[in-house]
Design a protein around this ligand. Structure first.
Ligand SMILES: [Zn+2]
Length: 696
C-alpha cells in the first residue's frame, strides 16, 4: 500500500492518501453580495489591462467571491484585494505561478518532514508505544495551514488568477492542454475547498485510530489448536490480519504435508474476524490458546514470546464487541462532517471517484463488473480444479498456483532471504543492484537508490515519498527477529516500486505541481511490476517461457477477480453507510456481512458452487482505508496495460522512467501517453482469453 501521509496541507485528507481535486467550480447561480464590486472592477481592470483579460478576470473574481466569507472583509476589502492581486499581464502571472509552485513544494515537504518524525514511533518497529506517541501520530501538524492561507488571502490570490477546471473539462479539454496549463489546474484545485480545522482534525483522528486498530490486529498462530490440542503452525508466528493471514494461506498451496489443514484453519479465523465471533481475548495475545472451530479459549500451554505474562489474563470467551465496525463507522462519521464544506463532491464516495481517481464511479464499477462477470472466470476455475485435483473451496479466491513463486516453497525462500537480509541495511545496500536488474541505467539506478531509506515497519509495509525535491522516500517492511522473511521481502519490493516512482516524478519532473501519478492505482501498477519480478532480484529462475507467461496472465486475472469482488463490497458498504447514517456498529456488521454475501452470491457462488460466503469482508482496508480498495482492482487492470507496454518495449527501467515523468494528469491521458490506449479492462480480458487458448 502507498503511504497515507501524502501532500499534507493541500486538502482535508491530509491523514489519507490523496491530493484534493475539485470537480466543479463555483455556484454560479447564487447572487454574490460582491456583485456590485465585481462590476466596478470589471470596468476598471479591463480599462487597465485590456479587453483580452476580461474573461480571466471575470472567472477569477467569481471564484474568489464564492469562497469569500464575511470575516474576510467587506466589499471595499475585496475590491482592494482584487486590484492589487489580479495578474493582468503574462509576466506577472508567471511570477505568481512560479512563486506558488516553489513555496507550496517547500511547505508540503517541511510539513511532511514533521509528520513523518512524529509518526516514527508508531510506524516503525521501534519498541513500546507510549500514550504520547499516539497523540503525536494523530496530530496533523499541517491541518491549519490551508486555513491560514485563506485567512491571509494567499489562497484567494490563486483563486483570482487560475481557473478551477471541472472533471468533464479535465477529461475532455485536458488532452489539448500544455504542461503549464495542467500545473495551473492542479494549483487551483489545491484551494477548491475551505474546510474548518476542527473537521480536519476529527478526520485525522479517526484515520489514526483505525490505523492503530488494524496495525495491532495480530493472530498468534502457534496458539491455534484443534480438538486434540494439536498445533499446526510454528512457534512465534504472529500474523497480521488480513494481509499475513491471506499470504500464509497462499503460501500453503505448495505445502503437500498439511497445507490444506492450515488453510482451513486460517479461513475459519477470517470468518470469525468478519462476523465478530472472535473472542476478544485472542487478538494479539500469546497467553491464550484458541480453537477457532469450537471457539474455546484456554490458558496458553506453550510460551513462544518474550512478552511478560500479565498478572490476570482473564479467560472470558466474550466476542469482540463489534469494534471492527465501530472503527469503520467512526471513519464514516468523520468523513461525513466534511460533506457540507465540499458542495461539488458532497460525499466521500464522490470525493474518492470524481476528485481523487478522476474516473467516474459508474465507470469504475463497470470495469470491475467487466471482469467479475466475464465468462473467462469459469474457464479459469476449471483449470484451477484440474491443477488442485479437487473441487474449489471459497478461499481458492487466493489460489496462487499460477504465480511464479509457487515453484519454491515458502520455507526455502524464507531461508534464502533471511540469510541475505538480516536487517534493513542489507536490503538498502542492494537497491542499486535491483534497479540495474530492472534495466535502469547505472547512473540513474544510483541516483534513485540514494534517495530511498529502508526501515522496519510496525504494521504492514508501506511507502512514503518525499514531498519536495530530494526529500528521501521511505520504504517500510516487516523485519522479524531473524531478518526479513520472504513475505517481508516481497512487500519491500512492492514498496520499492512506489519509492522509485515517487523519486522520479518528484525529482525529475518539469513541474512539482504535477509530481506524482493520476491516482493511486497508477503507483500500485508500478509497485506490482516490481513485485512480480522479485524472484529475479534473488537470482532465482522465475521460469519465463511462453507457457509461464500465459500462466502469469491467468494469475493477474484471478487476482483481479478476487480484489474486484472485495472492491465492490467496499463500495456498497460506503453506499449503505450513507443511506443509514445513524446505524449502530451491530447494524453495520449485519449489513456488511449481507453485502459480502450478495457480491459472493452474484459473482462467485456460480463458480465455487457454494452460497452465502462472506470472506470478501475480511480485508482490513475496508475498515481503515476510506474506500481505497477499488484502486487495487483498477490497479491490476492499469498494471496490466503498463506491464504490457514494458514488455513490448523490452525494458522495465526505461519505460518506467518515461511513464512516470508524465506525472499527475488525467488517468486516460496518462495511459494514452504510456500505452496508447485509455484506462480499462479490455487489455486484461483479451490477453486472458489468449492465454487460456495457449494453455489448452
Ligand atoms: Zn502498494
Amino acid at each position: 500500500m502507498k503511504n497515507r501521509f501524502n501532500p499534507i496541507f493541500i486538502g482535508i485528507f491530509s491523514a489519507l492518501v490523496f491530493p484534493m481535486i475539485i470537480s466543479t467550480g463555483i455556484n454560479a447561480g447564487k447572487e454574490s453580495p460582491l456583485m456590485r464590486s465585481m462590476e466596478r472592477l470589471e470596468k476598471k481592470l479591463t480599462d487597465k489591462y485590456g479587453v483580452e483579460q476580461r474573461d480571466r478576470l471575470l472567472t477569477g473574481m467569481k471564484q474568489a467571491a464564492s469562497y469569500w466569507r464575511e470575516e474576510d472583509g467587506g466589499a471595499e476589502v475585496f475590491e482592494k484585494f482584487v486590484e492589487e492581486n489580479f495578474a493582468g499581464d503574462s509576466e506577472t502571472l508567471d511570477s505568481v505561478f512560479n512563486r506558488f509552485e516553489l513555496i507550496l513544494e517547500k511547505v508540503n515537504g517541511s510539513v511532511h518532514e514533521m509528520s513523518t518524525t512524529m509518526r516514527l514511533q508508531t510506524d516503525l518497529d521501534a519498541g513500546p508505544i507510549l500514550p504520547m506517541d499516539r497523540v503525536f501520530a494523530g496530530y496533523d501538524v499541517g491541518a491549519h495551514i490551508k486555513d491560514d492561507l485563506f485567512n491571509n488571502k494567499l489562497a484567494f490570490v490563486v483563486l483570482l488568477n487560475f481557473p478551477l477546471r471541472s472533471l468533464e473539462e479535465r477529461l475532455t479539454n485536458g488532452k489539448k492542454w500544455t504542461r503549464r496549463q495542467w500545473a495551473e489546474a492542479r494549483l487551483a484545485q489545491r484551494f477548491s475547498k475551505r474546510i474548518p480545522a476542527h473537521v480536519n482534525l476529527k478526520l485525522s483522528e479517526a484515520a489514526s485510530a483505525s490505523d492503530q486498530y488494524i496495525a495491532d490486529y495480530n493472530i498468534w498462530m502457534h496458539h491455534l489448536v484443534d480438538a486434540d490440542g494439536k498445533r499446526i503452525f510454528p512457534e512465534g508466528l504472529r500474523l497480521l490480519s488480513h494481509w499475513n493471514l491471506r499470504d500464509e494461506l497462499k503460501a500453503n498451496y505448495s505445502n503437500s504435508e498439511n497445507g490444506l489443514e492450515k488453510q482451513q484453519m486460517i479461513f475459519k479465523v477470517m470468518e470469525r474476524i468478519v462476523d465478530q465471533t472472535i473472542p476478544e481475548i485472542v487478538i494479539d495475545n500469546p497467553f491464550v490458546d484458541w480453537n477457532p472451530y469450537t471457539n474455546e479459549v484456554f490458558p496458553a500451554a506453550v510460551n513462544d514470546t518474550d512478552r511478560k505474562m500479565p498478572a490476570n489474563i482473564g479467560l472470558s470467551g466474550e466476542r469482540e464487541p463489534d469494534t471492527r465496525y465501530r472503527i469503520l463507522l467512526d471513519c464514516f462519521l468523520a468523513s461525513r462532517m466534511v460533506d457540507e464544506f465540499s458542495p461539488a463532491a458532497p460525499t466521500l464516495i464522490a470525493r474518492r471517484f470524481d476528485e481523487d481517481r478522476e474516473i467516474r464511479e459508474k465507470d469504475v464499477e463497470k470495469m470491475l463488473i467487466d471482469v467479475l462477470s466475464s465468462p473467462l472466470v469459469k474457464d479459469i476455475a476449471q483449470l484451477i480444479k484440474k491443477r488442485l485435483g479437487r473441487g474449489l473451496v471459497p478461499y481458492d479466491i487466493w489460489y496462487n498456483g499460477f504465480s511464479s513463486t509457487g515453484k519454491y516453497s515458502e520455507a526455502e525462500l524464507d531461508e534464502l532471504v533471511m540469510k541475505r537480509y538480516p536487517t534493513p541495511a542489507e536490503f538498502k545496500k542492494d537497491i542499486p543492484k535491483f534497479l540495474r536488474l530492472y534495466g535502469f541505467a547505472d547512473e540513474k539506478a544510483d541516483q534513485i537508490a540514494a534517495n530511498i531509506l529502508v526501515e522496519a515497519a510496525r504494521g504492514s509495509g508501506h511507502a512514503s515519498g518525499g514531498e519536495m525535491r530530494y526529500q528521501p522516500a521511505r520504504l517500510r517492511t516487516r523485519v522479524g527477529a531473524k531478518g526479513i522473511d520472504y513475505k517481508g521481502f516481497n512487500i519491500a519490493v512492492h514498496e520499492l516500486g512506489h519509492n522509485v516512482e515517487q523519486t522520479i516524478d518528484m525529482n525529475d519532473i518539469d513541474h512539482t505541481l504535477l509530481a506524482g501519478v493520476p491516482n493511486t492505482a497508477f503507483t500500485e501498477a508500478f509497485a506490482y511490476v516490481f513485485q512480480e519480478n522479485d524472484l529475479m532480484l534473488l537470482g532465482l529462475d522465475p521460469g519465463h517461457d511462453s507457457e509461464s507467461d500465459a500462466v502469469q496472465v491467468l494469475s493477474d486475472f484471478w487476482n483481479t477477480y478476487e480484489i474486484g469482488g472485495v472492491s465492490l463490497v467496499d463500495m456498497r458498504i460506503w453506499r449503505w453507510m450513507y443511506s443509514n447514517p445513524d446505524a449502530t456498529p451491530a447494524e453495520l456488521r449485519k449489513a456488511s456481512i449481507q453485502i459480502s454475501k450478495d457480491v459472493w452470491n452474484e459473482y462467485f457462488a456460480p463458480v465455487f458452487g457454494k452460497k452465502d460466503i462472506y470472506i470478501l469482508g475480511v480485508y482490513s482496508h475496508i475498515i481503515h482505508s476510506f474506500l481505497y480498495l477499488p484502486d487495487y482492482a483498477i490497479g491490476h487492470m492499469i498494471a496490466f496495460q503498463v506491464k504490457d507496454q514494458m514488455k513490448k518495449a523490452g525494458n522495465i527501467g526505461g519505460e518506467f522512467e518515461r511513464m512516470a515523468l508524465m506525472g499527475n494528469v488525467a488517468p486516460d491521458l496518462w495511459m494514452i501517453n504510456a500505452a496508447g490506449t485509455p484506462v480499462g479492462a479490455k487489455a486484461l480480458l483479451e490477453a486472458t482469453s489468449k492465454a487460456l487458448e495457449g494453455i489448452k
